[in-house]
Ligand binder design. Structure first.
Ligand code: T4K
Length: 388
């Protein structure tokens, strides 16, 4: 019999640098009394990120949601935008706050990113952009989407909230599409406590984004646009800057955890894992999604999710329900039947993955899933046998 974990195992747990090191960094902030509003640490951090992403076109924000919201506003996106219903709700909220109508289309079944064929079929005279999500860090079909956007004269925008560190053909995802948003929220593999970033191809957008995140101030006495307050502060920048130094080791640990999950769960009847990514993709192992196929597995995704809780394992149903099924978006008309997205949302479960999770604990989580399945299949075969 396997015992429950003594302490809760959550889907994620932020990595933190040694407290003494962070305190060393805090001393500079205490000395300068400069806490926010484009301070020296933020400026240094922006340069570090520009280096990392190999582009000067970066703009930092206090979170990813406001980054995306301001990005859409600054680019003047309006009308209809084709997007995915299989994402965190902030993707759609950013459209809504800009009075843009989301047009939900289906995802593809392997990596859960927007299905380009469905995108093309959904274009109308009112479509101005595609907002695709590199969900779980799986890159969208960037070349096909770029071709569609070019042929139809649409902007191509990526929600890359999950995709820090992912590369396609040795180029960071920041170099694809017209603009990408990266989230540095505490629950992400790379974080700045909270934070967000836009990367973009048109360098003219930089000053617009800078205005919009700082009330539209051009000078002490001039406001040139109705901006908001979405600035990253010095403590966020300090954490983000320190975390860059740990990124490789964080990704490597996640790679090893993923390998264990894949080895142990790949052949379990009723569990499906995303296929290995193509060789030209450098992945970040941001999430560990599995699909639970009820008939073969013997219990539904929701039953497994509840059973795991009894063992103190708090997996998450990212992303369920679909965005269009939330009360606040139910009135949005959806023409695509969203066949794949509906199935995936009903089957997906993201398992715990984070730096501090020990390999033994990963093995134990797998043992528990396997035992739950065999218990259930035994129960079912007994039930069948007694019925005979
Ligand atoms: N686009 C996409 C595709 C996104 O996934 C997100 C955010 C955004 C846009 C918006 O970016 P931000 O504005 O957030 O920068 C979490 C995060 O809050 C959210 O940032 C993230 N996506 C989403 C996928 O996950 P919840 O509601 O699941 O978070 P919560 O508080 O339940 O945390 C999950 C688990 O993490 C907890 O059970 C325990 C652990 N945890 C969490 C926090 C906050 C910790 O151990 N420490 C912590 O500080 O949304």
């Amino acid at each position: 019999m396997i015992k429950a974990f003594d302490k809760p195992i959550y889907v994620t747990r932020p990595y933190l640098p040694k407290l003494e090191l962070f305190c060393d960094g805090l001393k500079d902030i205490w000395d300068s009394h400069w806490l926010t509003n484009n301070g020296p640490i933020l400026k240094r951090y922006a340069r570090e990120l520009a280096n990392y992403f190999e582009t000067d076109n970066v703009c930092l924000f206090n979170n990813g949601t406001l980054a995306l919201q301001i990005g859409l506003q600054g680019m003047g996106i309006s009308g209809e935008v084709i997007t995915t219903p299989f994402t965190f709700v902030a993707t759609t909220h950013a459209l809504f706050w800009n009075k843009i109508r989301p047009v939900f289309v289906d995802i593809e079944p392997d990596y859960y990113t927007l299905d380009p064929e469905k995108v093309e079929a959904a274009i109308t005279p009112w479509t101005t952009a595609i907002l695709a999500v590199h969900v779980f860090g799986h890159p969208c079909n960037v070349n096909v989407l770029a071709d569609i956007a070019r042929r139809h004269n649409l902007k191509l925008i990526y929600d890359a909230a999950h995709a820090f560190g992912v590369r396609v053909g040795n180029r960071s995802l920041a170099h694809f599409g017209d603009m990408s948003m990266f989230s540095f929220h505490a629950t992400k593999l790379y974080h700045s406590l909270e934070g967000g970033m836009l990367t973009f191809q048109d360098s003219g957008l930089k000053s617009i984004f800078d205005y919009l995140k700082n009330f539209g101030f051009e000078s002490e006495v001039e406001v040139v646009m109705p901006g908001t307050n979405a600035k990253m502060n010095e403590m966020q920048a300090l954490m983000g800057s320190m975390m860059l130094g740990y990124l490789d080791k964080l990704i490597e640990k996640r790679r090893k955890i993923t390998e264990i999950y894949r080895q142990r769960l790949n052949d379990i009847s009723g569990i499906r894992l995303p296929p290995s990514l193509p060789a030209d993709i450098t992945y970040n192992y941001a999430y560990m999604p599995i699909e639970v196929h009820e008939k073969e597995f013997g219990m539904s995704r929701d039953e497994l999710y509840e059973e795991l809780k009894k063992y103190n394992i708090f997996a998450r149903r990212y992303f369920y329900p679909l965005i269009c099924d939330y009360a606040c978006y139910r009135s949005v008309s959806v023409k695509d039947p969203l066949t794949v997205a509906r199935l995936v949302a009903s089957r997906v479960l993201t398992l715990p993955i984070y730096y501090d999770l020990s390999f033994d604990d990963v093995q134990r989580i797998c043992d528990i899933i396997i035992i739950l399945q065999s218990k259930e299949s035994n129960r079912q075969s007994t039930r069948v046998a007694t019925n005979i």
